[in-house]
Design a protein. Structure first.
Length: 392
């Protein structure tokens, strides 16, 4: 947890007055269900105890002033003239949320915003959605707006897709908004139905940050999405009821896969099999079969490596090291791919031995080191403090 007193003091130092509200939104790790969200499929993430914090105070004008504490950078813009900044990506997440709020018809005024956090950037733990949701919620509280959790998530997703230009699915913003402590969230990305699933107390979610920057993730993400759309278009010639890969069962795919070119066939195979793994994995976890869930995580990584081709040799080595370490039930790449993090399900009493053994094996294989995060499933976006306790 970030120290709110330090956030408060830094806001005063930057802007000369106290913040009216301080909010936080978590990062996330996806246990299983990768690249299924934009294919209207199923995902199974948890909100984690790493977060973005936004401290905010209203202004009497239409100016938004932003201090990104961790970057040591500032931005400012008028709400009546919000443009894309081609030089600094982080600015566009804040600008995009403000633009999305206005386009949705919400009345917001100027504000001073201080942003900080401890979600690793570029690691696949969704620091971007955490920033979007925290910014949106801070402005919501500041301007006394009535925006439901699902609506806030959709607004934040729209900001990333339409203003930032990253064609993301809904998962990251949804879990940042609606996460629940000690639970994972099964999300149906077609109609946004969801339900919480308690995590067994005898396991831990362990994230390994490879520190491999995801330099190809953005362009490859959009490319994979386009490849999936081409597969859907081909399948629709045989069944017009198919509007997304979500509609294709494993058996139907096996009967019709030959109509696709090699690349589109591999991409579709991953998405279709991954949706099936999510459904079976949640059923296994609800039945207390954590070992089956772990096996499905391992299968998910193979599919991402071979069919979706979003892993790297170093990430494969990290996953292999984790899978052989004491107490590991399953391990896989998590996030958009091409670097970033892995997620492992580990027996609670073996976490220290797991981390030591996996780190050692990975270093022998690659010469690289990792940072471990033993994550606790946390609540979604919320208010840390407010000068007006009637604000919600």
């Amino acid at each position: 947890m970030l120290d709110r007193s330090l956030v408060h003091a830094e806001f005063v130092r930057q802007f000369g007055d106290v913040p009216q509200v301080i909010v936080q939104a978590p990062g996330r790790v996806n246990l299983i269900g990768e690249h299924t969200d934009y294919n209207e499929g199923f995902v199974f993430p948890v909100a984690i105890d790493l977060a973005t914090v936004v401290a905010a105070r209203p202004r009497a004008d239409r100016l938004i002033r932003v201090r990104a504490h961790d970057y040591g950078e500032d931005d400012q813009f008028l709400l009546d003239d919000i443009t894309h900044d081609p030089t600094r990506l982080w600015c566009n997440y804040v600008r995009g949320v403000c633009h999305a709020l206005l386009m949705a018809g919400h009345q917001i005024g100027g504000a001073d915003l201080l942003i900080t956090g401890n979600v690793p950037r570029g690691a696949g733990l969704s620091s971007s959605a955490s920033l979007e949701v925290a910014t949106g919620y801070g402005l919501q509280v500041l301007n006394r707006l009535n925006i439901r959790g699902e609506a806030l998530a959709l607004l934040a997703q729209g900001a990333e897709c339409q203003f930032v230009g990253m064609q993301c699915g809904i998962m990251d913003q949804f879990i940042a908004t609606l996460g629940r402590r000690d639970h994972a969230l099964l999300i149906d990305c077609r109609d946004l139905r969801y339900h919480t699933v308690p995590l067994p107390t005898a396991i831990r979610v362990v994230v390994a940050d490879s520190h491999i920057a995801r330099t190809l993730a953005s362009s490859a993400y959009n490319q994979r999405r386009a490849e999936c759309e081409r597969a859907v278009a081909a399948f629709r010639r045989y069944d017009p009821g198919i509007t997304a890969l979500r509609d294709v069962t494993p058996d139907w795919f096996a009967a019709h896969a030959a109509v696709l070119p090699d690349v589109e066939r591999a991409r579709a195979r991953h998405v279709i099999s991954e949706n099936d793994r999510v459904v079976r994995g949640v059923a296994a976890l609800e039945a207390g079969d954590v070992r089956q869930f772990g096996r499905l995580m391992n299968q998910s990584h193979i599919s991402m490596r071979d069919d979706y081709q979003i892993s790297t040799a170093e990430i494969d080595a990290l996953v292999a090291a984790a899978q052989q370490a004491p107490g590991c039930l399953g391990s896989r790449l998590t996030g958009a791919g091409f670097g970033g993090c892995t997620v492992s399900l580990v027996e609670a009493d073996a976490v220290d031995a797991f981390c030591a053994a996996a780190a050692a094996a990975y270093h022998v294989a690659t010469g690289r080191t990792v940072t471990w995060h033993v994550c606790h499933a946390s609540d979604g976006v919320g208010l840390l403090s407010s000068a007006d306790h009637s604000a919600t």
